[in-house]
Design a protein around this ligand. Structure first.
Ligand code: GDP
Length: 658
């Protein structure tokens, strides 16, 4: 579920446009809000051509705009930014844009409204609109809405409305759905009583889902209640999902126990705070500099709280400048790292600027101009060390720990601690399993786990890689059920097709080694197979094998040739018997049963032991066989390094215990 919010100068046609889009006049709904649970002040919804239902928060006036926009700040996915063609860019156009920018709303569509009012004829209208669009583009430049599409519309004649809807759809397609982080929070923007039901609150749900029947905590006071009913866009739901405009009917709580700005959450998920470390930007248009100890109003979520500003690293902040602030709040709020906020001067009312919450629970009151604190905040702003390392890791795929530390730009100690944390949390996977080879370890206590030269990857990449390896081997077993496994090199070339140059020999070897160590694959010689895989012969094949082996039994030392074997059992079965070590194949043509071959080896060793040396003819006579078999057999013994040949004679190369 997605929500868009309108913005733009008063009287530029926002409400009229919302009515043209949805068929509902958001202003008319105001009068109905006492009666209808889901109808919010200026809140309506519509279906896009794709069938997706979206919510629209309409903001009629300036002050309402800020409160409403902030009420759904995290929940607004995109802005519907309205500029009237006849007036062009006006002061509130700029101010609203600045606020969207501070809130980091980076998707949106610009509706150039009232195009029916400009120009005497087509040519002059075209020229006028081109000029206004040029002006809008200039204003958008450098903001989060830079480059947003501009659509010419007239709510009155409905010119351009379907194009605008299309544009909204395209814009939303590009913004990701809100994640479910498993810790829902609903900043309350409206509270009312619904006769027969009791207390109802509304807001845009963030970071998790809510379910009917759940116990909830109303923060910052620890008021407890239970969800009796949920509605999204007037529909009853059992579960409300993140990003959706949600009405919650809470039992066990009176309306006077809840205020706008409160947060509905699962008990224990959030701890309210009265102090925030923030990174702030004073608007270029601000009428004065920001000074230490200034009393301001903080707008965060749907909350509005008096906040005293502490300037941490500068004496004063001039318009357009950014700085670290610590905000001391009069009342506690629920805040989460990376939440956006706005600061306003209470009177006369003026938006000063805004920024991002970097630490919602600072350890204490920071000393001003303390470089250690400021450095720490700068690092936090970039993300926690784990975030930074993980981000790099995911981007790189596979990387050496040493390089990860360097690229993170973090202090070496901090980076290595983050790497160890990620490793322990299972987020970082070490591909180097050769523990003994670790030269320099990441940290003493992690010795034998991670080495600076170890190659690591992210959990996601490893799982994907491991799946590919395992599936490739499994498929091979299906296609070649009579083969023991896939040759290592063949597996590598198959996977290269997927991973290309990313799959270096080192990575391939490490991955195989790790998968074997973890018991997902087995290896025998150069064959890789799934543990427990056995070659299963069909009944026919079993009969053929039996017939063949009978022939081996009747003349073990002058057995059937390879050619005869192939004729009897076929190549696949023959190869399988060789792989299973039932047969010993001495190419090109000699084959023995394994037990007969072993027998021959031990007897030949004994004969040489006895005589010192032996000729092929002696072996032939001993086994009562032909020269062809004996030559192949003895050459094989030479090749194995058991015997050594000298003219017609062979002796033992080394003492062999067979
Ligand atoms: P808001 O303050 O931005 O919500 O503006 P409204 O929607 O209340 O519109 C202000 C005035 O402009 C109203 O009188 C509307 O009837 C008029 N208006 C809005 N859209 C159009 C339009 O496309 N064409 C014309 N001619 N008038 C419009």
């Amino acid at each position: 579920m997605r929500v868009i919010g309108t913005a733009g100068h008063v009287d530029h046609g926002k409400s009229t446009l919302v009515e043209a889009l949805t068929g509902t006049n958001p202003d008319r709904l105001k009068e109905e809000r006492e009666r209808e649970m889901t109808i919010d002040l200026g809140f309506v919804w519509m279906s896009l051509p794709s069938g997706e239902e979206i919510g629209i928060i309409d903001v009629p006036g300036h002050r309402d705009f800020i409160e409403n926009m902030l009420a759904g700040v995290g929940g607004i996915d995109a802005a519907l930014f309205v500029v009237a063609a006849d007036e062009g860019v006006m002061p509130q156009t700029r101010e609203h844009l600045a606020i969207l920018d501070l809130l980091s709303i980076n998707s949106g569509v610009i509706a150039l409204t009232k195009v029916d009012l400009v120009g005497e004829d087509e040519t002059s209208r075209f020229e006028w609109l081109t000029l206004v669009e040029e002006e809008i583009r200039q204003v958008l430049a450098g903001t989060t809405l830079n480059g947003a599409p501009i659509v010419r519309v007239s709510a009155r004649s409905r010119f351009g409305i379907s194009e605008l809807i299309q544009s909204i759809e395209t814009c939303l397609k590009e913004c990701p759905q809100r994640p479910d982080l498993g810790r829902p929070r609903l900043p309350v923007d409206r509270i009312f009583i619904m006769p027969g039901f009791g207390t109802v609150v509304t807001g845009t749900l963030l970071d998790g889902h809510l379910m009917v029947g759940e116990e909830v905590q109303i923060l910052p006071k620890d008021t407890r209640g239970r969800i009796r009913g949920l509605q999204t866009h007037k529909q009853k739901e059992d579960i409300a999902t993140p990003g959706s405009r949600t009405a919650v009917n809470i039992s066990g709580v009176n309306v006077d126990q809840i205020n706008r700005g409160n947060v509905i959450a699962h008990p224990g998920d959030y701890v309210p705070t009265r102090r925030l470390d923030v990174y702030f930007r004073l608007l270029r248009e601000a009428s004065q500099s920001l000074v230490h100890n200034l009393k301001t109003k903080l707008y965060l979520g749907s909350a509005e709280v008096v906040a005293r500003v502490r300037l941490l690293g500068t004496e004063k902040l001039d318009p357009g400048e950014e700085a670290w602030l610590q905000l001391e709040l009069e009342d506690p709020v629920v805040a989460v790292k990376d939440d956006r906020f706005i600061l306003r001067r209470p009177s006369p009312g003026e938006t000063l600027g805004g920024g991002i919450i970097v630490d919602p629970h600072p350890e204490g009151r920071h000393k001003r101009f303390n470089s250690k604190n400021l450095n720490h905040l700068n690092a936090l702003k970039k993300g926690s060390p784990q975030d930074i390392v993980l981000h790099l890791l995911i981007g790189q795929g596979v990387v050496k720990i040493n390089d990860l530390v360097t690229q993170s730009n973090l202090d070496k100690e901090i980076a290595t601690a983050a790497i160890i944390d990620l490793y322990r949390a299972g987020q970082l996977v070490n591909l180097d399993t050769e523990i003994s080879q670790k030269s320099s370890s990441v940290q003493d206590h992690a010795k034998f786990i991670l080495g600076m030269d170890d190659v690591v990857t992210s959990k996601g990449f490893w799982e994907q890689l491991a799946d590919h390896f395992i599936n490739e081997v499994k498929n091979y077993h299906i296609i070649f059920p009579l083969r023991r496994g896939i040759p290592r090199e063949e597996l590598k070339s198959r996977l290269k097709g997927v991973y290309k140059n990313q799959l270096t020999t080192a990575l391939y070897n490490s991955a195989i080694h790790k998968l074997i160590e973890e018991g997902f694959l087995s290896e025998s010689g150069s064959m890789v197979f799934i543990p427990g895989f056995t070659i299963e012969f069909s009944l026919d094949q079993k009969d053929q094998i039996k017939a063949l082996l009978t022939r081996f039994t009747s003349s073990p030392y002058a057995p059937p040739t390879a050619k005869e074997c192939l004729a009897l059992i076929g190549e696949e079965v023959f190869n399988a018997l060789v792989e299973l070590e039932k047969l010993v194949f001495l190419p090109p043509d000699v084959v023995f049963r394994k037990e007969d071959y072993d027998q021959m080896v031990s007897q030949v060793i004994q004969l040489i032991d006895k005589h010192g040396e032996i000729t092929a003819a002696q072996v032939r006579d001993y086994f009562n066989t032909s020269r062809r078999y004996v030559l192949a057999f003895l050459e094989h013994l030479d090749a194995r390094g058991i015997t050594i040949r000298n003219g017609d004679f062979r002796k033992l190369k080394k003492i062999v215990k067979n």
